[in-house]
Design a protein. Structure first.
Length: 445
């Protein structure tokens, strides 16, 4: 298969890793204007995080040092990049490769802390303001007061999840005093369920997949006037929370004297499940950097739901099951059969492409990062690492770089690998990942 072309149904059924380049990619200004959400959607979320920081610092000891800020490091990973790209096709100096360490985000240990915390905080502010516990315009430290907790205890916050979003929603909602309920699909890891229950969260286990867990949670919440359902498939609030991460990255790049403009392109690789988290981040980055940033989503070969949605736009009913896919994967956080329509609509003309990765490659990259940089992530968080090899070493990637005029600017480009979760993975579980990891080969992206 020519990786620069739209994968055929046969290609997807075979479960082979592939690269899809978006033929509808448009100038950022035009695409943002046509998107289903306002371009400045991340600004309100950023302001909310700032208002609520004092409350977060009081609620979570691990946030005291940062004053309640939800932020992760941006770090250079030269040893990892050298090992990942060290094969016979490598030519010239290695590119600048940075890692956005959202797997280290406090409390939830994943990227979902951004969107999940934001939606719970938005709901809490709304209730507290309506009931006079919080005065509009003030900082939201009062959200951590006993009066607010008594109010929140009358309400339920629910979510359907494969794991990490449930961790984020459950931990935040329980800390504020809400009745927290997480509907978890069959893919969810046992240790995540245990951690949630230890924090006082009610975990409802489902034998079905992600969609079944979401549907069950949505139906239960709709029947209760005192219940708020966090809908990963449709939530604008989640999307806004993720979009706020763009300004954080811009500030970190500036602090490291990394330029991003027409002559200094930025390529960002984001693991993708239902699409809300990478969609929000990519949307925010496109607003800030315009056509100088190029965003790619990464999915497991067993669950390429976003690729399916964008590559076959005339068939919105398709899921990965229609291609004989959806089998078990180590990337539990990305095990989603259909993409979020909100995220798909927002990304339709903004996303550069999607690539897929096998479980064996996920585990090999996880082990390589640990060996070279000492970082611990979960398999889902390694999905984006293959983007470097797809863009730099495949015909499809080279064709994209040529069309975008990026080949001549390779030495001035910056590549950002965005991790999503893993710092809270128990040691015994991580040891199992390492045992399963095969040696990385140079045979293909």
């Amino acid at each position: 298969m020519d990786a620069a072309q739209v994968p055929t149904e046969e290609d997807l059924r075979a479960g082979c890793p592939c690269l899809w380049i978006n033929p509808r990619l448009a100038p950022a200004a035009d695409a943002l204007a046509a998107a289903p959400v306002p371009a400045d959607i991340g600004d309100a979320a950023e302001a909310r995080f700032a208002r609520c920081a004092p409350a977060l610092a009081r609620l979570f000891p691990e946030l005291a040092a940062s004053g309640g800020a939800i932020a992760s490091r941006l770090v250079a990973v030269p040893r990892f990049a050298a090992a990942l790209l060290d094969d016979s096709r490598a030519q010239g100096p290695l590119p600048r490769v940075l890692l956005k360490a959202d797997h280290e985000l406090p409390v939830a240990g994943s990227i979902k802390a951004r969107g999940g915390f934001h939606e719970v905080l938005e709901f809490a502010e709304k209730l507290a303001t309506e009931h006079g516990v919080l005065q509009a315009g003030n900082d939201s430290a009062a959200l951590a007061n006993p009066e607010a907790r008594a109010l929140f205890s009358r309400y339920r916050v629910a979510v359907g999840s494969t794991g990490n979003l449930g961790m984020s929603i459950g931990m935040m909602a329980a800390a504020l005093g809400f009745q927290a309920v997480v509907h978890m699909s069959a893919e969810a890891k046992a240790w995540k369920k245990q951690r949630l229950r230890g924090a006082g969260v009610t975990v409802v286990e489902h034998a079905g997949d992600y969609e079944a867990a979401v549907a069950a949670g949505r139906a239960e919440a709709n029947a209760d006037a005192y219940s708020h359902f966090v809908d990963d498939e449709r939530s604008v609030s989640l999307f806004a929370g993720y979009a706020a991460a763009a300004k954080e990255l811009r500030a970190q790049l500036a602090a490291q004297q990394v330029r991003v403009d027409a002559h200094h392109p930025l390529l960002v690789y984001l693991p993708c499940g239902v699409g809300g988290a990478p969609g929000g981040i990519a949307f925010g980055l496109k607003r800030l950097f315009g056509d100088a940033v190029h965003c790619f989503f990464a999915e497991p070969t067993a669950f390429p739901c976003f690729l399916v949605r964008l590559a076959f736009p005339e068939r919105p009913e398709l899921s990965v099951y229609d291609f004989g896919l959806g089998q078990a994967t180590q990337a539990d956080g990305l095990a989603v059969p259909r993409a979020s329509e909100l995220a798909a609509d927002a990304m339709r003309q903004l996303l550069s492409g999607v690539f897929t990765v096998s479980d064996s490659t996920l585990l090999a990259h996880l082990a390589l990062l640990h060996e070279t940089e000492g970082m611990r992530i979960e398999p889902s968080a390694a999905a984006g690492f293959g983007g470097l090899r797809w863009l730099l070493h495949s015909d499809g990637g080279q064709a994209y770089l040529a069309r975008q005029g990026l080949q001549a600017r390779a030495a001035d480009a910056t590549h950002v690998l965005w991790t999503t979760g893993g710092s809270l993975v128990p040691q015994e579980q991580f040891a199992q990942f390492l045992e399963l990891a095969p040696a990385l080969t140079a045979a293909g992206p």
